[in-house]
Design a protein around this ligand. Structure first.
Ligand SMILES: O=c1ccn([C@@H]2O[C@H](COP(=O)(O)OP(=O)(O)O[C@H]3O[C@H](CO)[C@@H](O)[C@H](O)[C@H]3O)[C@@H](O)[C@H]2O)c(=O)[nH]1
Ligand SMILES: [Mn+2]
Length: 470
C-alpha cells in the first residue's frame, strides 16, 4: 500500500553529504518503501549529484538559504552560524505532505519503519549524550508553514543552545521529555553508532531489533575506505570503531558499492543527454572521477536545475516522482523497489566498476545483518593512510562553536564536490581538491580560513621558501 501524502525526508547541502543521502535512500528502498522519498538540497550541490539523487528520490527540492525578500535573510545576517540548522527546518515547508519522517543523511535504515508514521509531531528518540533532550537525526513532523515560521522566529529570538538545529528544536519542543511518552521514539529508531560500545550489554540484548542506525559524530561512513574484494572497511587515522559499528559500516559500504556507484555509471552513460559540464571518467589507474559544473552560489531561480529538481521557490504541489533525464540503471537486489515508472529491466550491470566475484562478508545476504554474531563476521578494520582521508573541517560538529569571524554566509560556502576513487581493491570518497585562483587564495587568507594541516602547513610554506631561496 503506497501512501502518497507522506514522505521520508533528508537533507544534503553538499556533494559529500549526498553520498550519505543516496545510501539512506537506497536503504529505505530495500525495505518495502511505501512513502515518498524527498531530499532537500542547497545550491552548492552539483548538477551531477542532482541527476543521481533524482534516480533514488521522488523529489529533489532545492532550498535557498538566502532569500533577500524575507526575514530569513535578516536572521542570517545576525546569526549566520545557524545556516545549516535553518536548512533542516525547511522540511516544515513540505506542505504537500500531511506527515513526514526526517532522517539525517548519516542514518541507515535496517528494516521497514512505516510504523513511525503512526506517531505524531514531534516524536524523536533520546539523545545518547543527554537523554532528556532528543536527537534531531530522526524525527516525525507535520509540515506546516505556520510551524516553520514559528521555528524561524524562535531561532531569531533565542538562537540555539548548541548553535545548531538540535538545540533549537529541543528548546522549541521543550516539553518533549515530559509531556507525552508516545513522542519518545524507542532508541532502536535512532541507534547512535558511537554509543553501541558504551553500553555493550544493552546492545547485546536489544541491538538485534535496531531499525535505524545513526553515524552521529564527526567520523562518517564516507570517511572510511572500503575494500570490495575482502569486504573490509578500512579505518582512517586514529578514529576507532567498535566491532558492532563495523557491521553497520560494512552494510553502509555494501549498499554504496551495489546500489549507489552504478548510478554514477548510468549518469556517465547518459551524459550526452545531460547538461554539459559533467565529466565522469575512469582514469588509467582505475579511478572513477566525477566532475561537474555546479551552480555554486547561484540563486535558485537563475540556476538551471537538472530535470527532476524542484526549486523551493517553485510551487510545491506535485506528488509525481522526479524523473531524471537519464534512464534508471541500478544494480540492485530484487527486493529493491523502484520509484513509480521505473522498470527493473532497466537495471544494468556496471562492468567498468570492477566488483569482485566474491565478497567475503556480505551482511545483506544474511537474514538479519544487525543480528549478526559479531564474533563471526569477517569484517576487519585496518588503519588507512591518514593523508588520503576526507578532511574533516567541513564536518558538522555540534559542540563546536565557531568563532564569529570565521563564520561565513552558508550560501557562499565552498561546494564540496567528490572524488570517487574506485579500483578493484579500494573504494574511497574524497573531497575534491580544488585549484583556487590566486585571488581566491588571498580571500581565504584574509578571511582567516587557513588550511594549517594541508597546503598552508608550515612545512609546505617552508618548502616553498626554500625553493624560492635556492
Ligand atoms: O555539511 C553538512 C552538514 C550536515 N548536513 C545535514 O545535516 C545533518 C546533521 O548533520 P550531522 O553531521 O549528521 O550531525 P550529527 O553528527 O548527527 O550531530 C548531531 O547534531 C546535529 C546538529 O544539532 C544534528 O543536526 C544531528 O541530528 C545530531 O545527531 C546531516 O546528516 C545532513 O543531513 C548537510 O547536509 N551538510
Ligand atoms: Mn547525523
Amino acid at each position: 500500500m503506497s501512501v502518497t501524502d507522506q514522505a521520508f525526508v533528508t537533507l544534503a547541502t553538499n556533494d559529500i553529504y549526498c553520498q550519505g543521502a543516496l545510501v539512506l535512500g537506497q536503504s529505505l528502498r530495500r525495505h518495502r518503501l511505501t512513502r515518498k522519498l524527498v531530499v532537500l538540497i542547497t545550491p552548492q550541490v552539483s548538477s551531477l549529484l542532482r541527476v543521481i539523487l533524482s534516480k533514488v528520490f521522488d523529489e529533489v527540492i532545492e532550498v535557498n538559504l538566502i532569500d533577500s525578500a524575507d526575514y530569513i535573510h535578516l536572521a542570517f545576517l545576525r546569526r549566520p552560524e545557524l545556516g545549516l540548522t535553518l536548512t533542516k527546518l525547511h522540511c516544515w515547508t513540505l506542505t504537500h505532505y500531511s506527515k513526514c519522517v526526517f532522517l539525517d543523511a548519516d542514518t541507515l535504515v535496517l528494516s521497514n519503519v512505516d510504523e513511525l508514521f503512526d506517531r505524531g509531531e514531534f516524536s524523536a528518540a533520546p539523545d545518547p549524550g543527554w537523554p532528556d533532550c532528543f536527537n534531531s537525526g530522526v524525527f516525525v513532523f507535520q509540515p506546516s508553514l505556520h510551524t516553520h515560521k514559528l521555528l524561524l522566529q524562535h531561532a531569531m529570538e533565542h538562537g540555539s543552545f548548541d548553535g545548531a538545529d538540535q538545540g533549537l528544536l529541543n528548546s522549541f519542543f521543550r516539553n518533549w521529555s515530559t509531556a507525552d511518552i508516545h513522542k519518545h521514539l524507542p532508541f532502536i529508531y535512532n541507534l547512535s553508532s558511537n554509543t553501541m560500545y558504551t553500553y555493550s550489554p544493552a546492545f547485546k540484548q536489544f541491538g538485534s531489533s535496531a531499525k535505524v542506525v545513526h553515524f552521529l559524530g564527526s567520523t562518517k561512513p564516507w570517511n572510511y575506505k572500503y575494500n570490495p574484494q575482502s569486504g573490509s572497511v578500512l579505518e582512517q587515522g586514529s578514529a576507532s570503531s567498535s566491532q558492532h559499528q563495523a557491521v553497520f559500516l560494512h552494510l553502509w559500504w555494501t549498499i554504496y558499492q551495489n546500489n549507489v556507484l552504478p548510478l554514477y555509471k548510468s549518469a556517465q552513460a547518459g551524459k550526452a543527454h545531460a547538461s554539459p559540464g559533467h565529466r565522469l571518467c575512469l582514469s588509467d589507474v582505475g579511478a572513477l572521477c566525477t566532475d561537474s559544473v555546479s551552480g555554486v552560489g547561484e540563486p535558485c531561480a537563475n540556476s538551471t536545475p537538472s530535470a527532476g529538481v524542484l526549486c523551493a521557490n517553485s510551487p510545491l504541489g506535485s506528488n509525481q516522482p522526479a524523473q531524471g533525464l537519464l534512464e534508471p540503471t541500478q544494480m540492485v537486489d530484487e527486493t529493491l523497489s523502484l520509484p513509480e515508472g521505473r522498470r527493473s529491466e532497466d537495471m544494468i550491470d556496471c562492468p567498468e566498476i570492477e566488483t569482485p566475484a566474491v565478497i567475503t562478508c556480505d551482511p545483506l545476504s544474511q537474514p538479519s545483518p544487525q543480528l549478526a554474531d559479531f564474533t563471526e563476521t569477517e569484517t576487519t578494520l585496518q588503519p588507512a593512510n591518514k593523508v588520503e582521508s576526507v578532511p574533516s573541517e567541513e564536518t558538522f560538529e555540534p559542540s563546536q562553536e565557531l568563532p564569529a569571524e570565521t563564520i561565513r554566509d552558508p550560501s557562499l560556502q565552498d561546494a564540496l564536490e567528490v572524488d570517487l576513487a574506485v579500483s578493484v581493491s579500494q573504494i574511497s570518497i574524497k573531497e575534491k581538491v580544488k585549484e583556487l585562483s590566486p585571488e581566491e587564495e588571498r580571500r581565504k587568507w584574509e578571511e582567516g580560513r587557513i588550511d594549517y594541516m594541508g597546503k598552508d602547513a608550515f612545512a609546505r610554506i617552508q618548502e616553498k621558501l626554500d625553493r624560492f631561496l635556492q
